[in-house]
Design a protein around this ligand. Structure first.
Ligand code: GAL
Length: 370
């Protein structure tokens, strides 16, 4: 397990390097082009960035600034990123696409709230000559490129960690708290997790969490506790850290003193703190810088009318489009044991951020240090 994790970490580090090297290459190339080739679009680009929500820290703390920085690096500081966040509102996101079209952006990066619902907007952008990069979630419609993490692997990592934590129990009762049905990743997390858990645990209660909201996970968990009994829940599969927060609260309010193992995803600050003090068993660390670098490279290349041959490493189909150029980034299972070597090392959260007064003793006991 440890070796595997270490190997995964090495793989990620290697990919980070590949991505940054590729980024350097394109930056140089695009610089050369502007000076020598004025017929093609230069670096003076407008890239639209639409992210789905702002309750999960990743989008505005990491994805937005990293994509902005990368776009700037790739274009010698000449391109502008125009940004909007849909705050989980698919109707609002459709309006934001319209605004981007009116603004005549040169390429659009979309993290769809509702991957199916966004289809018409993607088509409108395409008809207006604006290439679309599907970001993190595979939007439907004529998208030109896609980047995400290995989402089934996220689910398998969660499932494996949960099984490990429940070792020794026969057919333990597990509550399954999945993500939003409008998010295709949620289905992949579920599929990956079930491929590991099926036949080995009893699914006590199972929920799809509307809009990925912690408060909805909280009330679903209250329902599960009422239905199953507070001491009859051996473990909780939670699709991400936000949901885990709502689940932990529900268990504590019901008077559960020793929390069952609970999974998560996103290495959110609160999630990491819950892992440190033992309230959450694991999370999944996804290297946002890698995914963001790829999204920026794809958008800049498409905006310039270049093909994605050197950037994309695979292809994927959505319902409307076959062979979408794709980059899938690997993920790391995050537990107490590797917080230091992953998120602290990568500068995602500092020890000072994680180890506030409340978590100081727990941090010391697992030896976290700057
Ligand atoms: C998923 C995404 C996760 C998490 C979740 C909630 O699509 O891959 O990282 O943020 O949505 O927004």
């Amino acid at each position: 397990m440890n070796t595997r994790m270490r190997r995964a970490a090495v793989a990620v580090a290697a990919t980070t390097m590949a991505v940054s090297l590729a980024a350097c290459g394109s930056a140089k190339e695009s610089g050369d082009k502007t000076s020598s080739d004025s017929a093609k679009k230069g670096d003076d680009l407008k890239i639209g960035l639409l992210l789905p929500e702002n309750a999960t820290a990743r989008y505005e703390k990491f994805d937005k600034p990293i994509i902005e920085k990368k776009v700037s690096e790739l274009t010698g500081g000449k391109a502008e990123v125009v940004y909007s966040n849909a705050r989980q509102d698919a109707t609002l996101q459709a309006q934001q696409v319209d605004t981007m079209i009116t603004n005549k952006v040169d390429a659009l990066i979309i993290g769809a709230v509702d991957a199916k619902g966004i289809q018409n907007s993607v088509k409108k952008a395409k008809d207006a000559g604006i290439p679309v990069v599907a970001f993190d979630r595979l939007a439907e419609g004529p998208v030109d490129a896609y980047t995400s993490f290995d989402n089934e692997e996220v689910g398998r990592a969660q499932g494996k960690a949960l099984l490990g934590a429940l070792e020794g129990k026969t057919k333990p009762t597990v509550v399954m708290m999945h993500g939003a049905i409008t998010d295709p990743n949620a289905a992949q997390f579920k599929k990956g997790a079930k491929s590991v858990l099926d036949g080995k645990v009893t699914y006590g209660k199972e929920y799809d969490t509307k809009e990925w909201k912690a408060e909805n996970a909280n009330s679903n968990m209250e329902g599960a506790i009422t239905a199953l009994g507070k001491d009859k829940i051996d473990g909780v599969y939670s699709a991400n850290d936000g949901l885990a927060g709502g689940i932990i609260q529900a268990l504590k309010s019901a008077g559960v003193s020793k929390l069952p193992p609970i999974t998560g995803q996103d290495a959110e600050l609160a999630g990491v703190q819950h892992i440190v003090n033992g309230e959450q068993f694991m999370s999944v660390y996804k290297s946002y810088p890698q995914e963001d670098a790829v999204a920026a490279e794809m958008a800049v290349a498409l905006a310039k009318g270049e093909d994605l041959g050197t950037i994309a490493t695979s292809k994927i189909d959505n319902t409307a489009t076959k062979g979408i150029p794709t980059v899938i980034v690997p993920v790391i299972s995050l537990t107490k044991d590797n917080i230091q070597d992953t998120i602290i090392k990568d500068g995602i959260w500092t020890v000072d951020e994680i180890c506030t007064a409340k978590y100081k003793a727990a941090c010391d006991s697992i030896g976290l240090k700057n």
